[in-house]
Ligand binder design. Structure first.
Ligand SMILES: Nc1ncnc2c1ncn2[C@@H]1O[C@H](COP(=O)(O)OP(=O)(O)OP(=O)(O)O)[C@@H](O)[C@H]1O
Length: 439
């Protein structure tokens, strides 16, 4: 654990001005934050009364050290609960550290919580002034910015109404607009707070970009490695309260993204295994199935070229799905079909084995066990999680539910990863070709 030097308070904010390294805007040394956790709320009271500790300490961040040079845009990335907000709140002076110290050189503005300084009974207009003063602006500075903020928030019609009458989205718009109106030397922002409809989020991000390009030193928290590699010079990857990697933004984003896909891969394989086990035990799992008498789907898997099950497929690469069956059927001309759905069960694509004339039984009938492998040579699906449902059917006309011998919904799951770090998400993501015509 980081120890404090004798002459410093834990988490003390020390201006770097006059430092021998004028290029340094932020220096964090051995920073740590321990939260006290109580098993039940009453334990806190009992601790105060008896003086006996009834809590255990949870270190949200530990031994965190780094320097940020003036004018650098630095992304902070990491999974949920990694300690990003805790770290930035301490740097912004909103939270005390348990160990270590933070030195900051320059006027700092942070958007880490929305609504600080805003009062429900005061009008939107007056709240801009109150909120702006909480962000460190003088009254004159903020008053000069009021028209810009009203225009940016698109709330001119209701600006003189009490803040409590605003919807939560309107409140977020006004507080974010106020917060990004500042011209800071050091700017700390959590991208997740740019809430609202797509057009408003885009507008907020445009302003954040402007600040990044203005020469300010920026710490930018985001879950999007694409956005970090696009906006930032360098990035810090935090996990379980510690700095895992600090360096070039593209390099760190790529490494972080790979770790996310590794976790996804393991999760998808685990879940698919559970799903295929549950094919045999429908009653307990409550999974949706139809049919499944003497002939059953025994597994559905996404596989690599060697037939090994995988959980993540990269867009543009081949997608191979293996549907295996076991059992026997009195029917002839049996075919398999499958459907791929998004996590919200929106059907994306599929194949009817019958349409392709692909029957599983040959002249000698249907073998007791076998598999059919479907392949999409170049996957054109956007990043995300997908589910596969499969069916074994018998050929009959007209086609109807009685044609289905066994249907298993969500029999397997897989994720699609992108080709690039670009942050837009698409459902359909083919390889585009383009031609430039210059006149
Ligand atoms: N006030 C608090 N009391 C107790 N524990 C807390 C408190 N605030 C945060 N924590 C814990 O500290 C750890 C780090 O939380 P933090 O909010 O800094 O993570 P984060 O990286 O910002 O997460 P996210 O990406 O989900 O916002 C988590 O385990 C969280 O549960």
């Amino acid at each position: 654990m980081a120890m404090l030097s004798d002459d410093l308070e834990a988490g003390e904010l020390i201006p770097l001005a006059g430092s021998s390294e004028p290029q340094c805007a932020i220096r964090v040394t051995d920073l740590g934050k321990a939260y006290r956790l109580y098993q039940q709320p009453l334990d806190f009271l009992k601790e105060i009364i008896t003086g006996k500790p009834r809590h255990h300490e949870h270190w949200a961040i530990q031994n965190v050290s780094f320097e940020v040079l003036r004018g650098r845009v630095v992304g902070i990335i990491g999974p949920n609960g990694a300690g990003k907000s805790t770290l930035l709140k301490i740097i912004a002076g909103l939270l005390d550290a348990s160990t270590g110290r933070v030195e900051v050189a320059g006027r700092l503005s942070a958007i880490l919580e929305l609504g600080t300084g805003f009062h429900p009974d005061v009008s939107g207009r007056d709240n801009i002034v109150l909120g702006g003063m909480c962000l460190g602006m003088t009254r004159a500075e903020i008053e000069a910015k009021v028209p810009w903020i009203i225009d940016f928030s698109e709330l001119a019609e209701v600006i003189d109404q009490p803040f409590r009458t605003y919807s939560s989205g309107m409140q977020a718009r006004l507080t974010f607009a106020t917060a990004i109106s500042v011209d800071p030397e050091i700017f700390i922002v959590d991208e997740a707070l740019a809430a609202g409809d797509t057009a408003f989020v885009n507008k907020c991000m445009k302003r954040v970009r402007q600040i990044c390009e203005s020469g300010a030193t920026v710490l930018f928290v985001s879950h999007s490695s694409g956005l970090i590699s696009e906006l930032c010079d360098e990035a810090i990857w935090i996990d379980k309260g510690r700095v895992l990697m600090h360096g070039n933004a593209q390099r760190v984003s790529k490494a972080y993204e790979q770790s996310v896909w590794d976790i996804e891969e393991a999760r998808n394989l685990r879940e698919t295994k559970k799903l295929s086990q549950s094919v045999e035990s429908t009653a307990e799992t409550g999974k949706y199935e139809l049919g499944g008498g003497t002939l059953q789907i025994s597994s559905v898997e996404v596989i690599d070229i060697e037939g090994k099950p995988i959980g993540v497929v990269r867009n543009g690469q081949p997608l191979r799905i293996r549907v295996s069956w076991a059992g026997f059927s009195e029917h002839k001309q049996i075919y398999a079909s499958l459907r791929i759905d998004t996590a919200r069960l929106q059907a994306v694509t599929g194949i009817e084995g019958y349409d392709g004339g692909l029957f599983l039984d040959g002249d000698d009938g249907l073998p007791e066990r076998g598999s059919v492998i479907y392949e999409v040579p170049e996957l054109a699906l956007g990043e995300g999680q997908y589910y596969i449902s499969a069916a074994l059917c018998r050929h009959m006309l007209p086609k109807g539910a009685e044609a289905i011998l066994h249907y298993v919904e969500k029999a397997a799951q897989f994720s699609v990863s992108r080709n690039s770090l670009w942050h837009f998400n698409y459902l359909y993501d083919p390889k585009f070709t383009c031609r430039i015509e210059r006149s």
